[in-house]
Design a protein around this ligand. Structure first.
Ligand code: UDP
Ligand code: MG
Length: 322
């Protein structure tokens, strides 16, 4: 019988662990789907890991690992994929904003042969206006950059074992899970769902962290910003040729001298573009630097009893080999 793994990244979610465990296990047991729940404690500052341990003691389907510090949701998702042993793996938030009732639906679509089942938001749920606008802008830009419509996609999805293995083989450290599943291809189906209200606690994203996340993802998936720099340079050169000719003509006809304003403006504008361009290039160099250092995406400091001791070993071996 096939096994379903559910990966749940958790950062300061002590109030949500027990609830997520009971809600999910009730649904899956009722539907007679063999399952395991893989909690990844992403360096929480509260008692999240204690809650995970408690859940693992009372429910043998629960597994948990603990990061040595906060490595971010992407890292937590990938750690979960690594530890999951299922034939199909669902990734979802442990605040249950991704409705658990959709999981059996995804499972059935998988049984009918889909290799990726994307959860598509039919509504974004309750969010602040600023959040909605910035998320909207981010997805517009991202969709343009990577030529995949991302506006309604989320991290809520089911992946076949084959897809999980492909994702785990990718050597890059800066990952963008949401877009990578589109990028790897495979037979994809979608289910739509309504984003639920958060059960307990509060959202972990600040405006600043969202901005950082957006820039990191955009640059890990597209080199268009770099090419834009070239484009802007070409435009600047075009105008400078026109202005150069005009200046020469004025000089030769003896009407030079004025035009001080133009010079100041040009210096400001060109200077601005040069700095922005250098910034973009610098950002990519920083990304290359990070990749070249080859540090692991995350460090596991602890696992629950029932996790195969080999998980840590396998992870270390892989890191050494890569
Ligand atoms: N999360 C995480 N590491 C982080 C931030 C968030 O593992 O650094 C997890 C969090 O515990 C939750 C999921 O990612 O399960 C989504 O986070 P959140 O609910 O705060 O985001 P929102 O739903 O508001 O977009
Ligand atoms: Mg949430």
């Amino acid at each position: 019988m096939a096994l379903l793994s559910i990966v749940l990244p958790a950062y300061n979610e002590e109030q949500n662990i027990a609830n997520a465990t009971s809600v999910l296990s009730d649904i899956l047991e009722e539907q007679e789907i063999p399952y395991e729940l893989v909690f990844v404690n992403d360096g929480s500052k509260d008692g999240t890991y204690r809650e995970i341990q408690k859940a693992a003691e009372s429910n043998s389907h629960v597994k948990g690992v603990c990061f040595s510090r906060n490595f971010g949701k992407e890292a937590a998702i990938f750690a979960g994929l690594e530890i999951a042993t299922g034939d199909a793996v669902v990734v979802m938030d442990c605040d249950l904003q991704h409705p658990p009732q959709v999981v059996p639906q995804m499972w059935r679509i998988w049984q009918q042969g889909a290799e990726v089942v994307e959860g598509i938001k039919s509504s974004r749920g309750k969010e602040s206006l600023a959040h909605k606008l910035s998320a909207g802008l981010f997805y517009k830009i991202m969709s343009k950059l990577i030529r995949i419509d991302m506006s309604a996609s989320s991290d809520f999805k089911l992946l076949d074992r084959r897809v999980v293995n492909v994702l785990l083989e990718l050597p890059e450290r800066n990952t963008f899970f949401r877009a990578l599943t589109f990028w790897v291809g495979f037979k994809t189906e979608t289910v739509s769902y309504e984003v639920q209200e958060r059960q307990f606690g509060e959202s972990k994203w600040s405006v600043l962290s969202l901005m950082r996340y957006a820039i990191a993802n955009a640059t890990s998936f597209s080199t268009l910003p770099l090419q834009m720099v070239t484009f802007i340079g070409v435009v600047a050169i075009f105008f400078s040729v026109i202005l150069g000719i005009q200046t020469l003509v004025k000089y030769l006809s003896g009407t030079a001298v004025e035009g001080f304003t133009t010079v100041i403006l040009l210096i400001l504008i060109v200077g601005g573009w040069v700095m922005i361009s250098l910034g973009i290039i610098g950002h990519y160099i920083a990304r290359i630097y990070e990749e070249v250092k080859g540090r692991p995406k995350y460090i596991i400091s602890n696992t629950t009893e029932n996790i195969d001791g080999n998980v840590l070993g396998a992870w270390r071996r892989r890191e050494r080999k890569g």
